[in-house]
Design a protein around this ligand. Structure first.
Ligand SMILES: [Zn+2]
Length: 535
């Protein structure tokens, strides 16, 4: 006879995420599912007699996090690369030192990669260039990616191996930067960066799968039980195959992929039963990149960036592409998610789809990701056609220097108007977009929550206090809402019938000073009723 797996968690402070009225202090879990929740006055159900009792010692409990916009594979890969962000790297000189020290342990010709630099945080205040990287090594190919992931820098050895030179034609929508003498600076922007990365030597599926499997535990330590890949590739390798292999190797999180539209154009076949959110790995939708980033001055704006009256960013999509992707999404019953930061791009998307209703019944057909600077008109149209928003409060928190330098103070305060968005009844989720943030711990949800609550950057700069949310709202935006907009069933809340996916915190996030929310640590993570992480 199989022993019954029943657990009674007692003496906790539960934030269930549902419209709870009473002070829940006990939760009964059978196998993977929550069976019952109760307060001090309620008698336990009879089945509790068979339960293993677990004392939560008065700790705060919240639902586990669902990161509905991140780049799981990049994040796992980055765990093996140079983190070019403070506190490790504070200048180009320190970056050069780090490359040198890594290079001396490698055989000549082996690649060195880095991620996460932000020139506004570097002492020199500029992008590193080919020449800077050459000074660190001429024997090893080096590629360093900016925190926005839309810009990268390569050294001469990398360019030589990839056969890119002054005569290489620039791809449409991309920049292969040259200096005034026509020499390559080593900097690649937008589609130019993709052009560079498409030429990098591919890792084997095995290597990537192992990295992801190894990374699973790190994600649990941050309380993340559902991950996404918001720019999954079909080419040169199908990410579906990588994640499938990673799951075999021990990746435990639920995974949702969003395929890059430009890959689907050439490789439109989808894995079988891919859209089934009940399986551990599923295809959630299609991703279009509509513009760049604020930090890279490439988000598409109606008013120019600070310091150059001609600079308004770039559009990296158009009506024809939106129409073609929406058509494919409709036929395959997938969601379409569009990266749109600048007001011009957000307008382009909402104008294009308005006033047509969506094509999905259970979840929003269209999502706008980031939604940095929406116009009032765009918000109004988006509401009428049920567009969901997915945004990252960690961006302005971690990249405040870039926002002030590129947007100026007034526009920074108007960015990410979360209070207005919620008050107008929009569906809004939070996520990390990790590793696309200049923050050494980019996937940590507590920094995002702190930012949304305090509306202050990491250095205390005001980022728009009139738009602040409560801690409860912010947790829901990282748990309940992402479950809803991605179509995850029985997840994101602590309620009978839901999965027992929850976190025990080291401090009471609902009571502490909001400025210290980012410091919150997870004592234990439970996934499907089992403890998967203990501090
Ligand atoms: Zn992203």
């Amino acid at each position: 006879m199989a022993t019954e797996n029943i657990k009674l968690f007692y003496n906790g402070k539960f934030f269930t995420g549902s419209s709870q009225k009473k002070e829940i202090d006990k939760m009964l879990v059978k196998d993977k599912i929550i069976k019952w929740l109760g307060d001090k006055s309620e008698p336990l159900p009879p089945v509790a007699k068979k339960a293993i009792n677990i004392d939560l010692k008065g700790k705060r409990v919240i639902p586990a996090f669902i990161d509905s916009h991140m780049h799981g594979l990049y994040l796992a890969r980055d765990s093996k690369k140079i983190a070019c962000t403070p506190p490790l790297i504070n200048s180009i000189a320190e970056l050069q030192q780090e490359i040198k020290s890594i290079a001396k342990d490698l055989e000549s010709g082996q690649w060195i990669e880095g991620w996460g630099y932000d020139e506004s945080k570097l002492a020199e205040g500029r992008n590193p260039t080919r020449i800077d990287l050459d000074q660190a090594t001429k024997d090893h190919p080096v590629v360093i990616t900016r925190n926005c992931t839309h810009i990268a820098v390569a050294n001469s050895k990398a360019l030589e191996l990839l056969e890119i030179d002054e005569t290489t034609p620039e791809p449409v929508g991309g920049i292969i930067e040259k200096d005034e003498k026509g020499r390559l600076t080593g900097v690649f922007k937008e589609i130019g960066k993709d052009f560079l990365f498409d030429r990098l030597p591919a890792r084997s599926i095995e290597e990537d799968a192992s990295l992801l499997a190894e990374f699973s535990q790190v994600l649990f330590s941050k309380g993340i039980t559902t991950i996404t890949d918001s720019l999954a590739r079909k080419y040169p390798v199908d990410y579906y195959d990588i994640y499938q292999e990673a799951i075999k190797k021990g990746l435990k999180q639920q995974v949702i992929l969003y395929y890059k539209w430009r890959d689907l154009v050439n490789y439109p076949e989808l894995p079988q039963s891919a859209a089934d959110p009940a399986s551990q790995l599923s295809i959630g939708g299609i991703k279009i990149i509509g513009d760049g980033s604020i930090a890279g001055r490439t988000a598409w704006l109606s008013k120019p960036y600070l310091g150059d009256s001609r600079e308004t960013g770039i559009a990296t999509t158009n009506q024809a592409e939106l129409a073609a992707a929406a058509d494919f999404a409709r036929k395959n019953q997938l969601q379409l998610i569009v990266h749109a930061m600048g007001d011009k791009t957000i307008d382009l998307v909402t104008d294009h789809f308005y006033p047509e209703p969506g094509w999905l019944d259970e979840i929003p057909s269209l999502r706008i990701e980031h939604i940095t600077l929406p116009s009032a008109e765009a918000l109004k149209k988006a509401k009428e056609i049920d567009v969901a928003f997915n945004s990252q409060p960690i961006f302005v928190y971690a990249e405040i220097e870039s926002y002030l330098n590129n947007f100026g103070k007034e526009r920074t305060l108007k960015s990410y108007p979360y209070r207005d968005i919620l008050n107008q009844g929009h569906e809004l989720a939070f996520s990390s977009d990790a590793p696309a943030t200049a923050w050494a711990d980019p996937a940590n949800p507590f920094y995002g929550i702190e930012s949304a609550v305090t509306r202050k950057a990491y250095d205390g700069t005001n980022t728009g206090q009139d738009q602040s949310l409560s801690v409860r709202e912010s947790i829901k935006l990282y748990t309940e809402v992402p479950a809803r907009i991605t179509g995850l069933k029985k997840a994101g809340k602590l309620e009978p019938g839901y999965y027992a996916d929850f976190l025990i915190l080291d401090r009471d996030i609902l009571k502490i000073a909001p400025e210290s929310i980012g410091q919150t640590e997870i004592e234990a993570t439970y996934y499907r009723g089992e403890k998967v992480y203990q501090r």
